[in-house]
Design a protein around this ligand. Sequence first.
Ligand code: HEM
Length: 119
Amino acid sequence: MAHLHITSWVIALALLILVLTFSRAGRAKPAKITQMILRLDYLLILYSGGSLFASYASIDLLVIVKLLVGLWAIASIEMVAIKVSKSESASSWWIQLLAAFALALILGFGILPMGILPA
Ligand code: HEM
């Protein structure tokens, strides 16, 4: 499940880059379609993250923080995609995306016990 989780957010990043590239090139339709696929990928992130969460026998505070930070990262990805496709300033959402993403990586890879990296 950790593999699916990592794969799904790596795909989200790749799709976000595609949405931004299409939007900046003025290609609204491919940008819209890619954005729809990106939204489907959120479901995969939520499903895999939710399954990892559900496999905790007892819930500690840090995994709840991880869950919230993950949701924050998804919200930021969505807002960056929307703002850029509307040619509005996305800088506050870029900052939030970087912060949420960095925290999710630190908590997920560095602190929380499950996952694919050797301990
Ligand atoms: C873009 C958003 C997200 C990123 C970048 C992210 C990143 C990560 C990373 C790097 C790991 C560690 C995987 C490993 O060690 O193999 C992880 C694990 C986890 N994630 Fe996410 N995640 C995101 C979204 C979410 C969401 C939305 C949820 C909850 C619904 C969630 C819940 C979890 C849980 C419970 C774990 C297991 C923690 C552990 O014990 O190691 N994540 N995530």
